[in-house]
Design a protein around this ligand. Structure first.
Ligand SMILES: N[C@@H](CCC(=O)N[C@@H](CS)C(=O)NCC(=O)O)C(=O)O
Length: 370
C-alpha cells in the first residue's frame, strides 16, 4: 500500500490498530494480528496440518506463538532499531538483546532432539518462530552464539531454506558478527540535550571525565616511553631494556589479545588487514592512556590477529570495553615478572612485517597504536 492509501479515511476505519498485516476478505471483513490471521487461513483450508493434529497440539502452538510475541517480538524494536540508526541508549539496547537471547535459550532447549516445534510436522508455531528470528539472525545472533545454541540454529538454518519459506521471507542469511549500533558519546548526547546537561549538578558532570586522568601520578610516563621507544634504533635490545626498567606495574597493565575468528575468517590477508585497520580506527580516539602493537600472523587461509596492549590503570579500561569489536578478542593479562610474558611483550612490540616470527607464526602486517 502507498502512504496515501494508508492515510485514507476509509482504510483507517478498517485498520483498527493502524498496523500491518491486515487481512481483508472478499466480503469486506477485516482481521488484524499476524497470528490470528495465520490461524484463520489455516482453519479455512480444509486438511491443513498447520494447526496441529489435536486440541492439545493446537494449544501448544498457542504456547509458542504467545511466547515468541511476549519475548522476542516484544524486544525486537529495541534490539534492531538502534542498528538501523533509530535513537536508542546502549543500556536499553543491551537489555533488549539479553531478553532475546534468554528467550532463544528456551527455544533451544525445546528444539534439542526435535525437528518441529509441535508434533511431527510444520505448524504455525514453526512459521511464527522462523519469521520472529529473521532479523535477530541477520543482525544479532552471531556465529559464536549460534554455535552455543545449535539445536535452534540448525532448525532455523534448515527451515529458513525451505522453498515455501524463502518464497515469502526471502533468502535470509545469518550474520557472522553482531552488527552493533553506534550510540552517541556522552558528550554528543549532551550537545543534543543542552538543557538536561545544564541542569546536572557540577559534581556529577565531573564524574563523566576519564577516570584514568584522575589516577595517582606514576613514575612511568607513557609519553616519555613512547618518545624513547619509537625513536629507538634497537627496540628489542635497548628499547625493551628501558621499558622493563621504567615500567610501573601498579599504575599500568598489559594484555595479550587474540581475535577469536569464526569459520571463513582468516583466509585472506587483505580481509584481515581491513579488519585490523577497522578495529584500530574505532579506538583511534583513545591514545593518551594506551600503547599497543597489533599484528596479523600466520599464513592464508589461517591468519590470526593478535597483539599486546598496555593501558594506564589496572584492568581493561572502559574505552576498550565499549569498543564494539573488542568482545571478540580473547584477553590474557601479562605479568612482567614472568620471562615468557616479557618475551611475548618484546616479540609483539618489536614486530616487523614479513620479518618477525611470533610463536612460530610469521608476522604479515603490524600496526602500532600510540
Ligand atoms: N502484534 C501485531 C504487530 C503488528 C505490527 O507491529 N506491525 C508493524 C509492522 S511489523 C506495523 O504495522 N508498524 C507500523 C506502525 O506501527 O505504524 C501483529 O503480530 O500483527
Amino acid at each position: 500500500m502507498t502512504p496515501e492509501e494508508i492515510k485514507d479515511a476509509d482504510f483507517k476505519k478498517k485498520n483498527i490498530n493502524g498496523k500491518f498485516p491486515l487481512l481483508e476478505l472478499a466480503d469486506g471483513k477485516t482481521l488484524s494480528e499476524s497470528v490470528a490471521i495465520a490461524k484463520y487461513i489455516a482453519r479455512v483450508n480444509a486438511g491443513s496440518k498447520l494447526l496441529g493434529k489435536d486440541e492439545f497440539e493446537n494449544a501448544q502452538i498457542d504456547q509458542w506463538t504467545d511466547f515468541v510475541n511476549s519475548t522476542i517480538i516484544k524486544n525486537l524494536y529495541g534490539a534492531v532499531g538502534p542498528i538501523f540508526g533509530h535513537p536508542g541508549q546502549a543500556d536499553a539496547w543491551a537489555e533488549a538483546i539479553k531478553n532475546i537471547k534468554d528467550a532463544i535459550r528456551v527455544l533451544n532447549n525445546h528444539m534439542t532432539g526435535r525437528a518441529f516445534f509441535v508434533g511431527d510436522t510444520v505448524t504455525i508455531a514453526d512459521i511464527a518462530v522462523v519469521t520472529a528470528l529473521a532479523l535477530p539472525m541477520q543482525l544479532i545472533l552471531d556465529a559464536g552464539f549460534r554455535k552455543g545454541h545449535a539445536a535452534i540454529s540448525t532448525w532455523w538454518e534448515k527451515f529458513s531454506r525451505e522453498a515455501n519459506v524463502v518464497k515469502r521471507m526471502g533468502n535470509v542469511v545469518a550474520c557472522v558478527k553482531t552488527i552493533k549500533p553506534l550510540f552517541p558519546k556522552k558528550d554528543e548526547a549532551k550537545k543534543d540535550a543542552p538543557k538536561a546537561a545544564a541542569a546536572k549538578p557540577a559534581e556529577e558532570k565531573k564524574k563523566e571525565g576519564d577516570p584514568l586522568d584522575e589516577l595517582a601520578p606514576s613514575t612511568f610516563v607513557l609519553n616519555d616511553f613512547k618518545d624513547f621507544f619509537l625513536n629507538c634504533g634497537d627496540k628489542a635490545g635497548a628499547g625493551m631494556k628501558h621499558f622493563f626498567e621504567k615500567y610501573d606495574n601498579a599504575g599500568y597493565c598489559i594484555y595479550f589479545v587474540h581475535y577469536d575468528k569464526v569459520e571463513g575468517e582468516g583466509d585472506k590477508l587483505f580481509l584481515m588487514q581491513n579488519m585490523m585497520n577497522g578495529f584500530l580506527q574505532r579506538i583511534d580516539h583513545f591514545r593518551k592512556h594506551t600503547f599497543s602493537m597489533t599484528t596479523i600472523l600466520g599464513d592464508e587461509p589461517n591468519l590470526d590477529i593478535e597483539g599486546v596492549w598496555m593501558f594506564r590503570g589496572k584492568g581493561i579500561p572502559a574505552q576498550m570495553i565499549e569498543h564494539p569489536q573488542f568482545e571478540y578478542y580473547d584477553k590474557k593479562e601479562l605479568d612482567v615478572s614472568k620471562p615468557e610474558d616479557r618475551k611475548l611483550i618484546t616479540d609483539f612490540w618489536c614486530a616487523k612485517a614479513d620479518e618477525s616470527v611470533i610463536n612460530g607464526k610469521k608476522v604479515r602486517d603490524c600496526k602500532t597504536h600510540k
